[in-house]
Design a protein around this ligand. Structure first.
Ligand code: ZN
Length: 312
């Protein structure tokens, strides 16, 4: 079965296609800004005017889905820049929708950690995360993104009932066609370090163990995904990917909505700085995520991988 390349290719049955990738983009205020993130060589923060070049480059290689993250230094207790009409992400969504129409599929992260003084994913009351008050803010953010023209909102704060709450808020405001990709199974992981530098979202006290999942409990991780499907998630997600391939595989066997895996910043940095053959290792890693059962991969590698595959 491995006598030559043709036979090997004949019997292979897992493929990577740019149409199954979502490319993450960090967006900052201002003009003419393209700033490389120190811990993630090759990944940049863009002002909206500079974003277009990056998106054009992705479209050229067949990547047409994008995940938008706002990087905001105007922080307050309520994270109000997350849900202002003139905030970074709604402004970017409007611009991209205007320029690219339906040629791009836009996903936008819905969370508070980039926008609050505390750097936590929820509002703080009496020193602890206030789940239900946070839901109200997540609803507001989702409606603003939907009004701007996003295709999918992506709640990532791991608050209980966030999907149910956002689904109702979207429907009540006439946004039945806006989907939810839920960060359903998000572990309390050390692999997010570079992202927190990129998005200025490092918690100012404590950690996220009261709302993110403990990696020693796979059953609870699967249950979280089941719950989000029940609450109305259109796409669910496991994050991070590489240390959690078993979870991806188990969820894939039990749940029938599309499953995304987030190949996170720490996984990217680890490989970029490894000294290994970057192209080959990237392929091997992304194939492992696909093989585990992910339908969609969110990865910082996506653009460069398909540029190389297309011989650019
Ligand atoms: Zn967050």
């Amino acid at each position: 079965m491995r006598k030559n390349k043709n036979i090997i290719n004949l019997v292979s049955n897992i493929y990577l296609s740019p149409s199954n990738f979502i490319y993450p983009l960090f967006i900052v205020e201002g003009k003419n800004r393209k700033e490389e993130i120190n811990s993630m060589p090759g990944v940049y923060r863009f002002s909206i005017d500079c974003l277009l070049g990056e998106i054009d480059a992705c479209l050229d290689v067949g990547i047409n889905s994008f995940m938008l993250f706002g990087v905001e230094d105007r922080k307050d207790e309520l994270g109000s820049w997350a849900y202002r009409d003139d905030g970074i992400v709604p402004s970017a969504i409007k611009k991209l929708r205007d320029v690219y129409k339906d040629d791009v599929t836009l996903f936008a992260d819905v969370c508070l950690c980039q926008y609050t003084v505390s750097g936590h994913c929820g509002l703080i009351s009496n020193g602890v995360i206030d789940n239900n008050k946070t839901l109200e803010i997540l609803n507001k953010i989702s409606i603003v993104y939907a009004s701007a023209g996003v295709d999918f909102v992506c709640p990532s704060s791991m608050m209980d009932y966030q999907v149910k709450s956002i689904r109702k808020a979207l429907d009540d405001n006439g946004f039945h066609m806006v989907g939810i990709m839920s960060y359903s199974t998000k572990f309390n992981s050390s692999f997010y370090g570079p992202f927190r530098d990129a998005a200025l979202s490092r918690p100012q006290f404590g950690d996220r163990s009261s709302y993110q999942l403990d990696y020693r409990n796979p059953s609870l991780a699967i249950l979280e995904s089941l719950k989000d499907v029940e609450e109305g998630a259109d796409i669910i997600m496991v994050k991070p990917a590489l240390a959690y391939l078993d979870i991806i595989s188990k969820i894939k066997e039990r749940i029938f909505v599309p499953l995304a895996a987030y190949n996170v910043s720490g996984e990217y940095s680890m490989i970029i700085n490894s000294g290994l053959d970057l192209e080959k290792v990237t392929m091997e890693v992304l194939y492992s995520i696909k093989r585990a059962g992910a339908d969609i991969i969110i990865s910082y590698f996506a653009k460069d991988l398909f540029l190389k595959m297309k011989g650019f």
